[in-house]
Design a binder for this molecule. Structure first.
Ligand SMILES: [Zn+2]
Ligand SMILES: [Zn+2]
Length: 123
C-alpha cells in the first residue's frame, strides 16, 4: 500500500506544480500540500525527478532554490552601491554557438552599479 500512497502524493505535487504559471519555490508547494499530509521530502524528490527529466528548470534566487517550467533563464543584476538585486527579464546570448551544445537553462549573476547609483565622469 505504501507504493499506492506515494503515487497519489506525487500526483498531487504535480497537480500543484501544473497550476504555477511562472516561477515557484518548494515552500509554496508545501504550504498548499502540508494539510494533505504531504511532506517536504516527497516534494523535493518529485522536483529532483522533474529536474532530471528536464521538465523544470532550477535557479538560485535570494540564496534559495527557485523553479520554473517555462523560464530557461534567470538573471540578477546586483548593485554594489545600494545592494539592490534587480531581475533582468531576458538576456540574449549566443550560448548555443559559444558552447557548441544545446542549452537547457542558464543563470547569470551580474555585479555592478545600478543606473540609480552610477555616476559617469563629466567631459
Ligand atoms: Zn532571482
Ligand atoms: Zn544601486
Amino acid at each position: 500500500m505504501k507504493h499506492h500512497r506515494n503515487t497519489w502524493q506525487k500526483k498531487r505535487v504535480q497537480e500543484v506544480i501544473d497550476e504555477f504559471d511562472h516561477t515557484f519555490r518548494v515552500e509554496e508547494i508545501h504550504t498548499i500540500l502540508k494539510e494533505e499530509g504531504i511532506g517536504i521530502a516527497t516534494i523535493y524528490r518529485h522536483l529532483a525527478k522533474l529536474r532530471k527529466d528536464n521538465e523544470i528548470h532550477h535557479f538560485t534566487c535570494d540564496g534559495r532554490a527557485l523553479y520554473s517550467k517555462h523560464n530557461i533563464q534567470h538573471t540578477h543584476f546586483h548593485c554594489s552601491e545600494c545592494d539592490s538585486n534587480i531581475h533582468i527579464p531576458e538576456v540574449n546570448l549566443p550560448l548555443g554557438r559559444i558552447t557548441g551544445g544545446k542549452i537547457e537553462s542558464f543563470q547569470l549573476d551580474i555585479r555592478g552599479v545600478c543606473k540609480e547609483c552610477v555616476t559617469f565622469p563629466d567631459f
